[in-house]
Design a binder for this molecule. Structure first.
Ligand code: ZN
Ligand code: ZN
Length: 306
C-alpha cells in the first residue's frame, strides 16, 4: 500500500493497481482499436444506473444501481467479465445508484471486486460508518488512482447526504460522469470544462414533468435545486462544458415517464450546435447496455444518435 498526499492536499491510502490481467479484453478488437472507452449498463430511476470505463490499465464501474442479473447480462453484452472490474465508485445513496449492493451475494462478492469507493457520509448512510475493505472513503475533491486512471469526486447539489459527480482522467482523456444534479455550479463547470467525454444527465422535459400526474411533492423535488437537470438545463450546462477538445456526450438518467430520447437529443443538440460543438451526442439506453463509445471508433454501437 502506498501512502500519499495528492495534489489537493488530501491524505489517503491507495493501491497502485499495476497488475493488468485483461482476460476478456485482450483480444477484443474494441480495446485494440481504442485506448479509452465507456458505456452505460443502465441509466434511469426504474432500472438503475451504472456506467463502465475501460482503459489499457483499468476497468472502472461508476454506480452500482442496476440489479444483479441485469448487470451480468449487460456486462456480457459489453464483453466484460465481472472479475475484470478493478473498482466501483458510488455517487450517492439513492436506490437507483446502489441497489446492486443490497442483496446477499452482490456482484463484488461473487466476482472478487476488491475496491468500492464512496464519500465518507455516503458510506455511513449505507451502513459502513468505519469502512473496511472492500469499502474505501473518498472525500470530495480528493483523487485516487486505479491503474492509469485518476478518479476525483466532485461535490454536486442533490438531495443526498454527500453526493458527488466523478471526473476520470486517463492520459489526455477526461470523462465526466454527472447525473442526479439539481443545478449546475461554477465549481463543477470549472472542474469539468473541456472534458473529452461526458456522461451527463438530461432527466426530464419540464412540461412533461409538470403534467405527469405525479404527486406535487415529487414534481417539486425533481424540478428543485437539489433534484434533477431538465433538458434545457442540461443543454445550457453542456454548452459551457463542451470545448473543441470534447469528442462525445452521452445523455443519461432520462426519465422514462417525463422525457423522450429524441426530445432530449434535439434540445441539447440544437443548443450545442449554436455553441459550435461538432462532436457526437447519444442518449443512453435506460434499461441495458448502451454499446461502447470509444475515443478511436466513435459510437461503435450507439443507442440513439442525432
Ligand atoms: Zn438517480
Ligand atoms: Zn439521486
Amino acid at each position: 500500500m502506498t501512502k500519499s498526499i495528492n495534489r489537493n492536499g488530501c491524505r489517503e491510502d491507495y493501491f497502485l493497481l499495476t497488475c493488468w490481467i485483461w482476460c476478456t479484453g485482450k483480444d477484443d478488437p474494441q480495446l485494440v482499436s481504442s485506448d479509452f472507452a465507456f458505456c452505460s449498463l443502465g441509466s434511469c430511476s426504474q432500472h438503475g444506473n451504472s456506467y463502465l470505463v475501460r482503459t489499457p490499465e483499468a476497468c472502472i464501474m461508476v454506480d452500482y444501481g442496476v440489479r444483479l442479473r441485469r448487470t451480468e447480462r449487460a456486462l456480457q453484452q459489453a464483453g466484460i467479465h465481472p472479475s475484470d472490474i478493478d473498482a466501483i465508485f458510488i455517487t450517492h445513496e439513492h436506490t437507483d445508484h446502489i441497489q446492486g449492493l443490497r442483496i446477499k451475494y452482490p456482484l463484488h462478492v461473487r466476482h472478487g471486486i476488491r475496491r468500492i469507493y464512496a464519500t465518507p457520509r455516503t458510506l455511513k448512510r449505507l451502513g459502513y460508518p468505519t469502512p473496511s475493505p472492500p469499502f474505501y472513503p473518498l472525500s470530495p475533491g480528493c483523487a485516487v488512482e486505479i491503474g492509469d486512471v485518476a478518479v476525483t469526486g466532485l461535490r454536486k447539489p442533490h438531495d443526498a447526504v454527500q453526493p458527488v459527480a466523478y471526473r476520470l482522467r486517463a492520459g489526455r482523456k477526461t470523462l465526466a460522469v454527472v447525473t442526479d444534479l439539481g443545478e449546475m455550479t461554477p465549481g463543477l463547470t470549472s472542474s469539468l470544462r473541456g472534458s473529452t467525454h461526458l456522461i451527463f444527465e438530461s432527466n426530464h422535459d419540464v412540461q412533461m414533468e409538470k403534467s405527469s400526474g405525479r404527486p406535487p411533492s415529487v414534481i417539486r423535488r425533481v424540478l428543485g435545486e437539489r433534484g434533477h437537470l431538465s433538458n434545457n438545463q442540461a443543454a445550457e450546462a453542456l454548452s459551457r462544458l463542451a470545448t473543441k477538445r470534447t469528442e462525445e456526450i452521452m445523455l443519461a438518467h432520462l426519465s422514462i415517464e417525463c422525457n423522450q430520447p429524441k426530445l432530449a437529443l434535439k434540445k441539447v443538440g440544437d443548443r450545442l450546435a449554436q455553441a459550435g460543438y461538432s462532436g457526437q451526442i447519444t442518449a443512453a439506453d435506460p434499461s441495458g447496455f448502451s454499446g461502447w463509445v470509444s475515443s478511436a471508433n466513435r459510437n461503435i454501437r450507439p443507442s440513439v444518435g442525432l
